[in-house]
Ligand binder design. Structure first.
Ligand code: SAM
Length: 214
């Protein structure tokens, strides 16, 4: 089984319980609100979310934009997302199954993602692809873990990066042709260790713009 197949299988298995973890839901919602506040959508935007999962961020962003494509590799996660959108009456969301690395994309005013970049092996190549599918003046917002020691996930197949260095990711965004790169801390996960100490895992939010044409 390759890296991407391992991810699909893992998230298909996790999907029915994903929203039962209160700490996880809280983290996803905090990060999603930080993304929404940073992108400040006005209501006319056509948007791509990749790694949409069960839609914890989708439900926060969709009411604020014109159309949102919720892309995910896992059919199981998307089944949960579709059910939630139907119950909320969100008819501007299309749930699409596919790998963001190789699926054909449209063109978007905003592209965002939460806690998914660490599953992608060739991040610079993905950033070039995302930049090519942003409209001029469009914006990208990417949230993920700062560099960590591997303890966040433990030994799990399908995790390609133990977080990211902000300086390195910022340079990758600029190399992809994006400008106005900025970073903030969207949320910090805190976990109690067996010895009573607390492990902290900050989650960055990187925002960048595609230059206006001309
Ligand atoms: C850690 S979960 C985060 C889900 C959601 N963003 C959240 O915060 O609850 C990562 C999600 O990304 C999806 N994923 C991982 N790699 C992907 C890829 N290359 N293309 C599309 N989706 C991917 C997984 O199926 C999973 O739903």
């Amino acid at each position: 089984m390759n890296h991407d197949q391992a991810n699909v299988q893992r998230f298909d298995t996790l999907a029915p319980q994903w929203d039962q973890d209160a700490a996880h839901v809280r983290m996803a919602q905090k990060v999603a609100r930080a993304i929404r506040d940073a992108l400040a959508p006005q209501g006319h935007e056509v948007v791509l979310e990749f790694g949409a999962g069960t839609g914890l961020a989708t439900l926060i962003m969709a009411p604020r934009v014109r159309h949102l494509t919720a892309l995910d590799g896992s059919a199981g996660m998307l089944d949960v997302l579709r059910g939630k959108c139907a119950r909320k009456g969100l008819d501007n969301v299309d749930a699409v199954q596919g790998n963001v690395v190789d699926v054909p994309l449209g063109h978007y005013d905003l592209i965002y993602s939460a806690l998914t970049l660490h599953h992608v092996q060739d991040v610079p190549a993905l950033l070039r692809k995302l930049a090519a599918h942003l409209n001029p003046g469009g914006r990208v917002a990417l949230a993920d873990l700062d560099t960590e020691d591997g303890s966040f996930h433990g030994a799990i197949e399908g995790v390609a990066h133990h977080g990211f260095d902000r300086g390195v990711l910022g340079q990758w965004l600029r190399d992809a042709g994006l400008v106005n790169v900025s970073f903030s801390t969207a949320w910090t996960v805190e976990r109690s260790n067996a010895d009573g100490s607390v492990a902290r895992y900050p989650i960055f939010l990187a925002v960048a713009d595609k230059p206006q044409a001309g």
